[in-house]
Design a protein around this ligand. Structure first.
Ligand code: ADP
Length: 681
């Protein structure tokens, strides 16, 4: 931003105009003879031949030159240097004046020049101060009158709810908040009263006056006053007056009448709540005064007071806004906020624990050094992660496993942007540019327990499937044996065939469960990679599924593509993944349709696609079909089919373990196109 007092054409012309004005005044005073006596002080006259001034127009020119010189020097050099220069010039001129009057009998009009020069300098400086003052006032006021997002409610509602809050901890009979009026006298701003007090009106007036006096004493002393009252029905009453102030300014007082003694341990809470009351009152006061006329601020004490109040509001807002940040200290996850220069702005206690540093050590760290504390195999270059976040604006997320202290942490580094609600696209659409980034937020969540539970679930799945496989195999086998027995009547044989079919279905589901569980239990390193030709996989899968496809009158075909390079993959897992896709394509397609398998070569990957002309998947389900146990309901069909919701999650897991990606295009009623890529060798 340009400084309001910088040297510019506008400021110079304003100063020159001001200087000419001052010079004109001085010239008028000189013409009227007002300056005769001070002028005589700088003349060393011979009484016989008194000095004479030059012609009037020369005098005017000299005065104007001195005035403009003073104003210009201030604009160009600033107050301190200009003052030195003008002082030097005046000394020289003073000597010249004395000499000229003594020897040449010439009056060089030094006194008017001096008044014009120094007057212009003072006027230009006053203009500068006034400009700054005006800008300061406008800015402070603008911030002060803007309601803060956290405020929500009006000042009086806030005062009342504050009194209610006090009522929950103190045995309140009455509570009154006083504010100071224009004349500095306390007037009631809010009041909370329990069941109407006993006593005559006269007593109440007396008690009120007594309370006001207590408040006045508290305000003038700046200290809380506790006064034990009379005992009524065996209970000793007490009154407390707390001064309300913020930043050294008194804004009012809080008077409490208690049914019982005041417990000193409630003092700190009372002080904190009072500080909040003070901020509310001050804010309300400042807003009721409104924005002062910017032009009058420099000279009006009322406007100056308004500015002071506005500044108090700004400082109160700063105090309250810090609360939002402090919420993080209570968060169960570890959080750190860093400025965009990499300095840490805030680190919560959980983050200190997670990074295994003390608060003291942390003060010496910057963002990168903090992230270094989480360095692992998958997070080996923290600075690269930060750079990616800064460049793309996308959050960086990784799961970090620390084997030495068997812990898994979910790390997230995100760029916090200015747009409300963090919606970049919305902001960009509205303002035509991307929202500016503000800071970086680092979150670390301990997911060790979640991982343990997940593993427990997988183990359980694996154990159950395994244990159930043996009995199911027996059921299946014996049913087949019995079916082959000629002695079994035809109707019983039909039941046996149902038992056989259903047990085979259960066996297939168990094998899906098992393969998913086994894959989850495997470490990434355990996936066996060997060169694999995807064309062979396609051909073999088509062979395996031909019978099933024919049963549903579905044509299973391979589309010829270009020659493919091999990929590094685990043959068993890839075969199973492609089988799942083809199985789905047959399962979710009506009769007399075609399922096509194809392969294609891409820039650095090989793609395998399974395309059907089946029922299709609604767009809202397309992202979710890859989730475990997710099944798309289609006219209540879900029950009829052999469905676990695990097949596609297995495909994605296998493909991602190989460094590839899955994708899906589908349209309801037209069919689906499932595909995946594998990096080429
Ligand atoms: P499932 O064992 O139920 O087939 P998947 O994970 O393989 O489990 O599939 C999840 C859901 O996606 C299924 O319930 C099905 O509705 C839908 N789906 C999968 N493949 C297709 C497809 N080729 N056409 C239509 N819907 C499909």
């Amino acid at each position: 931003m340009k400084s309001p007092v910088s040297f510019s054409f506008k400021s110079v012309s304003a100063s020159v105009a001001l200087s000419l004005g001052v010079s004109a005044l001085v010239a008028a005073a000189w013409g009227a003879g007002v300056l005769a006596s001070p002028a005589a002080l700088f003349l060393f006259d011979d009484p016989a031949t008194p000095s004479v001034p030059p012609q009037a127009w020369v005098v005017l020119l000299l005065i104007a030159a001195a005035g403009v010189g003073g104003g210009f020097a201030l604009e160009r050099l600033g107050a301190r240097n200009a003052l030195r220069l003008v002082a030097l010039a005046l000394i020289v001129l003073c000597v010249a004046s004395l000499a000229a009057s003594r020897f040449l009998h010439l009056d060089i009009v030094f006194a008017p020049m001096m008044f014009a020069g120094s007057g212009s300098l003072a006027a230009a400086q006053a203009r500068r101060l006034w400009t700054i003052d005006r800008l300061l006032t406008t800015n402070v006021e603008r911030i002060a009158v803007q309601p803060s997002a956290l405020e929500g409610r009006g000042a009086s509602a806030r005062l009342s709810s504050g009194l209610k809050l006090l009522d929950t901890v103190l045995p309140l009979e009455e509570a009154v908040i006083f504010r100071l009026d224009e004349a500095g006298l306390p007037v009631q701003a809010a009041r909370l009263r329990q069941a109407a007090g006993v006593g005559a009106a006269g007593d109440r007036n007396f008690a009120w006056r007594e309370g006001v006096v207590m408040c006045e004493r508290a305000m003038s002393g700046g200290e809380m006053i506790v006064q034990a009252g009379a005992e009524v029905a065996g209970v000793s009453r007490s009154s407390v007056a707390v001064p309300l102030g913020h930043d050294g300014q008194r804004v009012g007082a809080l008077l409490l009448r208690l049914r019982g003694r005041f417990d000193e341990s409630d003092g700190p809470l009372l002080k904190t709540v009072s500080a909040q009351f003070a901020r509310n009152l001050q804010r309300d006061d400042a807003r009721s005064l409104g924005v002062p006329e910017a032009r009058s601020t420099f000279f009006s004490s009322r406007a100056a007071r308004q500015r002071l109040e506005a500044f108090g509001v700004v400082s109160g807002l700063l105090t309250e806004q810090a609360f939002a940040g402090l919420v993080l200290s209570e968060a169960s996850d570890a959080h750190a906020v860093a400025y965009l220069d990499g300095t840490l702005a805030y680190v919560n206690p959980r983050m200190l624990e997670a990074a295994r540093v003390t608060a003291r050590e942390c003060r010496a760290l910057d963002l990168f050094q903090l992230l270094e504390r989480f360095r692992t195999g998958v997070f080996d270059e923290p600075s690269i992660a930060v750079r990616r976040v800064l460049q793309t604006g996308q959050a960086y997320e990784r799961e970090l496993t620390f084997l030495d202290h068997s812990q898994t942490l979910a790390l997230r580094i995100a760029l916090v942007i200015e747009a409300a609600g963090g919606d970049r696209t919305e902001h960009a659409e509205r303002n035509g540019h991307a929202p500016p980034p503000l800071c970086l937020a680092v979150t670390v969540r301990d997911v060790t327990r979640l991982k343990e539970l997940d593993k427990l679930k997988s183990d359980m799945l694996s154990l159950m499937s395994h244990e159930l496989r043996t009995p199911i195999t027996s059921i299946n086998g014996f049913a087949e044996l019995l079916m082959a027995d000629e002695r079994i009547p035809a109707d019983a044989r039909e039941f046996l065939s149902i038992i056989n079919g259903e047990s085979q279905r259960v066996a297939r589901m168990l094998s899906t469960f098992l393969s998913v569980a086994r894959l989850e239990q495997k470490d990434r390193q355990e996936v066996l990679m060997a060169p694999l030709m995807l064309d062979d996989v396609v051909r073999e899968t088509i062979g395996n599924f031909q019978t099933a496809a024919r049963r549903k009158r579905i044509r299973l075909a391979e589309r010829d593509g270009q020659k493919l390079p091999p990929v590094a993959a685990d043959r068993g897992l890839i075969m199973q993944a492609v089988a799942n896709l083809v199985d789905n394509a047959i399962k979710y397609s009506p009769e007399r349709t075609t399922v096509t398998l194809s392969t294609a070569l891409e820039a650095d990957a090989v793609r395998l696609t399974v395309e059907d002309r089946g029922y299709g998947i609604p767009s809202e389900d397309q992202d979710r079909v890859w989730e475990k146990f997710y099944r798309v309901s289609r006219d209540g069909r879900i029950k009829e089919e052999e469905s676990t919701g695990l097949g596609l999650s297995f495909v994605r897991e296998v493909v991602e373990r190989h460094g590839g990606q899955v994708s899906l295009e589908s349209e309801v009623g037209h069919g689906s196109k499932f595909s995946f890529t594998l990096p080429r060798l």
